[in-house]
Design a protein around this ligand. Structure first.
Ligand code: TXA
Ligand code: MG
Length: 344
């Protein structure tokens, strides 16, 4: 299959690109498109065969449900059975935006593979002009996971999508680099108080300002069979080819780690804030200013992907503080490293 990438940058291209994307989706094909978080790979959420093509293109396990994207908030009442007051308050406060709400679905409204057989569904309205235009023109809900091969970091540019899925999907709408760079916050509103299943751009503090108590489970333990969870969080994620090790942002610890790695005749890529730029690192990827976690989030996946273009045997990444968006970065890094820390 030939993969076409259409740049959506001026009015002429735009109309053509959206028309083509809508035609493809209506014909039961998948289309990649930008959102404010990461690129998504979409199919009409009521079309089981089209949704199956998402799982196939990504190599995604079928027990991992998809997020359904809407163009307008009023559409969701046709698909979910009751919307608790706290969910309504969050919809008002954060949509369009990087918040996915887990709600009870009405029976038989989505293709069964969208929800992986669950009675609940994740829904959101993305805050990106290309996504919104596409969704509104189509007028139907679109199931879309991140547009990467399963296990790889989510794509923050159309070129990342092309790299992973070229030859596997017919069309990519290229709207440039995404803004936030990490996937949406996923919150389960089928329980009270609501539970954060995946941290993201909408932080725990932002949520509690609107609805009071929210439960933030220890994300490292979210895979416990006993914890309510986003099924996807148990799989390998966000990982470059070389093994990732976490390290505290501490000069001495980094010095020692680099020395040890070199003593083992290995090459290392270091991802760290500017302050930790290191002459001994074989490759250095800046996570920006240590105080600015939005900037780190925006850069992170592109850098993890760029490690695959190096000959690094080991990827060493400093962790941020777990506050604000830092909590989401920390969570993704723990997954990328499979929980491994560099121990000197
Ligand atoms: O920002 C985002 O959320 C991006 C863009 C494209 O919207 N999408 C995204 O989708 O990250 P995906 O499929 O890569 O991640 C969806 C996460 C998974 O961890 C999945 O297990 C969880 O949401 N999820 C989906 N439906 C769920 C449900 N009914 N109950 C619990 N978790 C659910
Ligand atoms: Mg994903």
């Amino acid at each position: 299959m030939k993969t076409q990438r259409l740049i959506v940058d001026n009015n002429v291209n735009k109309i053509q690109a959206y028309t083509q994307a809508v035609e493809k989706l209506n014909a039961g094909e998948v289309v990649a498109f930008p959102t404010e978080t990461v690129y998504g790979l979409g199919a009409i959420a009521t079309d089981e065969q089209a949704v199956a093509k998402i799982f196939e293109a990504k190599g995604r396990p079928s027990d991992n449900p998809l997020i359904v994207h809407f163009g307008e908030a009023k559409q969701i009442s046709d698909y979910v059975s009751d919307i608790p007051e706290k969910a309504k308050a969050c919809i008002d406060a954060f949509w369009p935006g990087p918040l996915t709400l887990i709600l009870h679905t009405k029976a038989n409204v989505f293709a069964p593979n969208v929800t992986a057989g669950l009675q609940t569904v994740g829904v959101r309205i993305p805050d990106h002009p290309v996504a919104i235009e596409l969704l509104q023109m189509l007028g139907q809900p679109v199931a879309a996971p991140s547009a990467n091969r399963s296990g790889k970091p989510s794509p923050t540019t159309a070129l990342h999508v092309e790299k992973d899925l070229s030859g596997r999907i017919p069309l990519i709408l290229d709207g440039g680099a995404t803004g936030i760079g990490l996937e949406s916050t996923v919150v389960d509103f089928t329980v009270d108080p609501p539970v954060i299943l995946r941290p993201g751009g909408v932080t725990a503090n932002m949520l509690s300002d609107v609805i009071g108590e929210v439960i933030e489970p220890d994300m490292a333990k979210v895979d416990d069979q006993t914890t309510p969870r986003a099924p996807g969080m148990k799989y390998t994620h966000y990982a470059p080819d070389a093994p990732v090790y976490l390290i505290q942002p501490n000069r001495e610890a980094i010095d020692n780690a680099l020395k040890q790695i070199h003593m083992n005749q290995q090459k290392v890529a270091l991802l760290a804030p500017d302050d930790f730029q290191h002459a001994e690192a074989d490759w250095f990827f800046s996570l920006g200013n240590q105080q600015n976690s939005d900037d780190s989030a925006h850069r992170l996946y592109a850098h993890l992907r760029a490690c695959d273009e190096t000959e690094a045997d080991i990827v060493l990444v400093t962790v941020p503080e777990k506050t604000g968006v830092g909590a989401a970065i920390y969570n993704r890094l723990e997954k990328a490293a499979n929980g491994n820390w560099w121990l000197s």
